[in-house]
Design a protein around this ligand. Sequence first.
Ligand code: HEC
Length: 140
Amino acid sequence: MPQEPKKLWFSRVHWLVLCLIWLAPQTLWAQDPGKSVLGKHTYRSYCATCHGATGQGDGSIADMLNVKPSDLTVLAKNNNGEFPAERTRKIIDGREKVKGHGTGEMPAWGDAFQAISDDEEAVAEKIDQLVHFLESIQVE
Ligand code: HEC
């Protein structure tokens, strides 16, 4: 049968394409959980006292504040189901004012992290990890 090698060749390409399709999302995914795990550690140390362990705004010192800490699990829900990553990044950084936001109750973490590390890239990375963590705790 002269057609057989051709068929075989096709099926190999087929497999390759299938493998690539299968691998692509896995490699993309692999980066995000890593970041959000690192962000979770930062969150526990710096944010949970106000925003609560689960992010719902029920931290141990929440009652002592004039303004209630936001429920951080509904950021996507409040934004038509789309997680506002860039806006969240700016709010956490706090050095750049976000329109309609900021009562002064929430510390500016950009300054705080910069005090620990003067490396602007490291500060951005830390905030990025926090944003990834927050994205991972969004409710439907
Ligand atoms: C001292 C208490 C306190 C701590 C600690 C704190 N926050 Fe907040 N946060 C607030 C309060 C109060 C608000 C809401 C009032 C406002 O707009 O400033 C808020 C608002 C926010 C918002 C905006 C939510 C929205 O609905 O737009 C984000 C995002 C946020 N905090 C993230 C964080 C992260 C991440 C950390 C840790 C790095 C953190 N916060 C630590 C008190 C705190």
